[in-house]
Design a protein around this ligand. Structure first.
Ligand SMILES: C[S@@+](CC[C@H](N)C(=O)[O-])C[C@H]1O[C@@H](n2cnc3c(N)ncnc32)[C@H](O)[C@@H]1O
Length: 269
């Protein structure tokens, strides 16, 4: 396990509730398209890796797929079980998937590859557990960042938050460009064929307090920076968040934040 993975384990520990209130609703948007890209139809054997509170797995099960859901974090599996009490859940961390080769017809990972220390090894494992002719489909956030993602760094900087060079970063040799070319390169590097990538763009509508509950509860890059930060800095960041989001506030009191994601798929040879 890399230092990055070790850090990820700690940053997700016990955070299912804060994630469910904030980011899970954002990450739900691409779920139907991810399942379409993976060919997740009735009767398909599908593994949803990094299932979180189980949005994608539950949708696949509703389509009639036989779903195995995997997550590295216990609180996520507990949360996901609520929607699918009879579902199959396995606690495991990429790049180690405890399944024989070619176990599944499809593998999906919705915003998970961006949380692993060795994305190439993770992608190779997703491909390994899918039978020839089956599909792997993944999403990641793009770079340059869309306005929704950029907001957190802007609020932190405007509040005078200190730089944190101590936080682990992906080793340069393990990193990949968060662009269609970078993501398709990652899938091709895992031996996948007929690789495609599309950019999905949408406006995420959310209550401002629910959205803030993510970083306030330790989720995402800002959540990371705020864990253990002095209360006074947290308050300043919140004020900057309110100021910066004012232009996105609709008359119904909800924010409408423009965002986008990369969705890539490939076929196992
Ligand atoms: C951004 S959330 C996405 C959750 C879910 N796929 C969704 O669409 O809401 C990332 C999830 O990946 C899990 N995770 C992070 N690193 C992982 C790893 N190496 N192996 C498996 N799961 C991991 C986290 O615990 C978390 O539940």
């Amino acid at each position: 396990m890399t230092t990055f993975d070790d850090h990820e384990r700690r940053r997700w520990a016990g955070r299912a509730h804060a994630y469910a209130r904030s980011y899970a609703r954002l990450c739900a948007y691409p779920a139907p398209m991810l399942l379409d890209a993976a060919g997740a139809r009735s009767g398909a054997r599908l593994v949803d890796v990094g299932t979180g509170p189980g949005t994608v797995g539950a949708l696949a099960a509703a389509r009639g797929a036989t779903v195995t859901a995997v997550d590295a974090e216990a609180s996520m599996i507990t949360a996901a079980r609520v929607a699918r009490p009879d579902g199959r859940f396995v606690r495991a961390a990429l790049p180690d998937l405890p399944f024989p080769d070619a176990t599944f017809d499809a593998a999906v990972a919705n915003f998970v590859i961006n949380h692993v220390g060795d994305p190439r090894a993770a992608m190779a494992q997703l491909a390994r557990v899918v039978r020839p002719g089956g599909h792997v489909a993944v999403t990641v956030w793009p770079y340059p960042q869309p306005p929704l993602q950029r907001l957190w760094g802007q609020a932190y900087a405007a509040a005078g938050g200190p730089l944190r060079p101590d936080l682990p970063r992906l080793a340069a040799e393990n990193d990949f460009d968060r662009t269609p070319a970078g993501l398709t390169g990652l899938l091709r590097g895992a031996g996948l064929a007929a690789v495609r990538c599309e950019t999905l763009s949408w406006v995420h509508r959310t209550d401002p307090d629910d959205w803030w509950a993510g970083p306030a509860g330790g989720i995402g890059q800002l959540g990371h920076l705020l864990v253990g930060a002095p209360a006074e800095l947290r308050e300043r960041v919140r004020k900057e968040y309110d100021r910066l989001t004012a232009r996105y506030l609709d008359t119904d009191g909800l924010l409408g934040l423009p965002t986008s994601a990369l969705l890539a798929t490939g076929r196992v040879e």
